[in-house]
Design a protein around this ligand. Sequence first.
Ligand SMILES: [Cu+2]
Length: 355
Amino acid sequence: MPTTRRTVLQGIGVGGAASLAGCSADSAPQTNRRRTEKATSKQQQKTVERVAADPTDIPDPISRTEPKEVEVTLRPEEVTGEIEDGVTFTYMTYNGQVPGPFIRVRKGDTVNLTFENPEENAMPHNVDFHAVAGPGGGAEATMTAPGETAHLKFKATYPGAYIYHCAVPNMDMHISAGMFGIILVEPEEGLPEVDHEFYFGQHEIYTDKRAGEEGHHEFSMGSMPREDPTYVLLNGEKYGITPDNRGSPTVQTGDTARVYFVTGGPNLTSSFHPIGNVWEKLWPEGSLTTEPQTHIQTKQVAPGSTTVATMNFPVPGASKLVDHSLSRVMRKGCLAVIEAEGAERPDIFDPDPDT
Ligand SMILES: [Cu+2]
């Protein structure tokens, strides 16, 4: 009988969260140990059907011309989900998705952040925004044990697309388990109009089994220092954002899309490339106040950085987004697809010119 995501998720028992808590116990303050153990037994029950962030789930472009206060809530959530069919893993997420929610503000805005670490978690978490001017990007101010809530207020003083990520002592593990996302600080003049915006995040997961081996994969503290991941993923799941899996975003030929891309890492640099396409305009490191580069085939995006790039779709078909370190695509899951629909354009691309 073929296994489905749901049946596998229902079938897994204990184990994931317990060892997860064990291998990062040194990130839990001693005073919270009792509480953490109690939380662990509850956390084992929490499974989710999906962790892959919807690449179209982005707040609308900002049309305001004045700054304002923006309310943002982040919830670190430890959840068990599937990396691929039959392979479960205990992710650490912001708000249950990988990458975490896309946060959109304007230069000069003040962000009122509520950081709620749910009681059912096993571990402390926090958030370091690269858009924050201040100690740790807010990491110390948001450091919370399960059941605690912290507040942080900050002004977005400079524009750009920035990563945010967990920054507890075992931050490499927490990022590998899924704790990263983008905060976009729009320049005061806004961004050029486009037909679509998409959000993708790359990161790698280190587990104790081979890629594709069925069952629950525990986090591997052995392979992480060797930077030898089991999976390299876009939006948290193997081939998650593809037509056969969670589905792909669709555009019409002639449209322009702006892609926001973040490399969580924690260790691997992405060589970000759209197969069958090109980055028409590209803002390196998410620096939106520079002149864009044009017609870039492959862009290296380091862990802890982003890129913003536009693409056009002159002909119908799939644009496959990959890390051009291709073993990560063929063996480790790093692929997403954007589908373009529209009339064929044999003047541009003719796969069968003899008929
Ligand atoms: Cu964390």
